[in-house]
Design a protein around this ligand. Structure first.
Ligand code: AMP
Ligand code: FE
Ligand code: FE
Ligand code: ZN
Length: 281
C-alpha cells in the first residue's frame, strides 16, 4: 500500500484541481491519498468523486495555519473531522479573512519596489481559495520579478524579508482541541522544518500533546534528519501516530507525490480515531 497523506489542490496553493490531483495520484501508483488544503475543505467533494470513480482510497483532510505564543508558525493537519463543526469553522473564517488583509499589505509593500498589484495576485488565486504568499509569488513570476515560487520564497517573500507581514492565527493547542471536538485526528505537519523558519519549543509539543495531539508528520522533506530522530522518540514515548507524506503542490513546489509514505498500520489508527467524516477505502 502506497499512502500519501498531505497534498494541496488549487483550493489552496496547489496548481491542480482536486480531481486532477486524484488522477495524478493514481498515475504515480498511489493507493491512498489525503487532500489537505490550507484552512479549507471545499475540495473534498470533487476529490472524493474522482477517487470513487477510479477506485483510489481517499482521506479527507485539511492543514490548519496556527501560530504559537512566540509567533512561530505551526501547521496542523486534521484528518476525518466534521467539516461543518461551527467552532472550528469560526476560527478558520477569522484566519481566511486575516489572510486577505495580510496578503494585501504584503502586496502594498512590494508595490513600492516592484510592478505588482492586488488584481494581479487575485488572478492567480481561484475565487474563494485560501490566499497566501504562493499566489503573490505567482504574480511576481508573471510580472517578471522572479523565475518561480521558490525564488520568490528565497528572497522577497521570505519571512525574513522587509516586505513580510505576519497574520494572526489560532493557537496550536486550541486547534488540536477543536479538531478533536470535530471528530478529527490532529497531526503536527513538518514540525522540524528548520529551513522554513523557527521551529517550536519542546514545551509547545507537550502542550499540543496534552490538548490531544494524535500524531506527528515525521517523514517530510522539510524536517531535518536530527529532527526526524527526535520526533520518532517523542512518538514512541507518547504513543503518537507517525506519518510520512509529500506535501505535493502540483507544479508550485518541487515536492513529488509519494516521495514519502505512511505505513498502513498508521493509516488504520487514523481511520479508527477519526469519526467526523468518512474515509473512502
Ligand atoms: P503563507 O501561508 O501565505 O505564509 O505561505 C506559506 C505557504 O507557502 C506554505 O503553505 C507553503 O506551501 C508555501 N511555500 C513555502 N515555501 C515555499 C517554496 N519555497 N516554494 C513554494 N511554496 C512554498
Ligand atoms: Fe502550501
Ligand atoms: Fe505546511
Ligand atoms: Zn502542506
Amino acid at each position: 500500500m502506497r499512502i500519501d497523506l498531505h497534498t494541496h489542490s488549487n483550493v489552496s496553493d496547489g496548481t491542480e484541481t482536486p480531481s486532477e490531483l486524484i488522477r495524478s495520484a493514481a498515475a504515480v501508483g498511489l493507493d491512498v491519498v489525503a487532500l489537505t488544503d490550507h484552512d479549507q475543505t471545499t475540495g473534498w467533494a470533487p476529490a472524493a468523486a474522482a477517487a470513487n470513480e477510479i477506485g483510489l482510497g481517499f482521506i479527507p483532510g485539511m492543514e490548519i495555519t496556527c501560530q504559537d505564543p512566540n509567533g512561530i508558525s505551526v501547521h496542523l493537519l486534521s484528518y476525518l473531522h466534521d467539516p461543518n463543526y461551527q467552532p472550528l469553522l469560526d476560527e478558520l473564517d477569522l484566519a481566511l479573512n486575516a489572510r486577505i488583509i495580510r496578503a494585501q499589505r504584503i502586496v502594498e509593500r512590494l508595490a513600492e519596489d516592484y510592478p505588482i498589484t492586488w488584481d494581479l495576485v487575485r488572478n492567480h488565486c481561484q475565487p474563494g481559495s485560501t490566499v497566501g504568499r504562493p499566489h503573490i509569488a505567482d504574480a511576481l513570476v508573471t510580472a517578471g520579478v522572479v523565475e518561480n515560487r521558490n525564488e520568490a520564497f528565497a528572497n522577497v517573500l521570505s519571512y525574513r524579508s522587509r516586505y513580510y507581514v505576519a497574520h494572526p492565527a489560532v493557537d496550536p493547542s486550541k486547534a488540536v482541541q477543536l479538531v478533536r471536538e470535530a471528530g478529527g485526528v490532529p497531526v503536527f505537519a513538518h514540525p522540524k522544518a528548520s529551513k522554513r523558519g523557527r521551529v517550536v519549543a519542546d514545551s509547545t509539543f507537550h502542550d499540543m500533546i496534552d490538548a490531544g495531539l494524535g500524531g506527528v508528520e515525521v517523514h517530510h522533506r522539510d524536517n531535518s534528519e536530527e529532527g526526524k530522530g527526535w520526533l520518532l522518540e517523542l512518538a514512541a514515548e507518547h504513543d503518537l501516530i507517525v506519518t510520512g507524506s509529500s506535501d505535493y503542490h502540483g507544479t508550485g513546489k518541487l515536492n513529488r507525490l509519494g516521495e514519502n509514505l505512511t505505513e498502513p498500520e498508521m493509516l488504520q489508527r487514523i481511520i479508527q480515531e477519526g469519526t467526523g467524516s468518512q474515509a473512502l477505502m
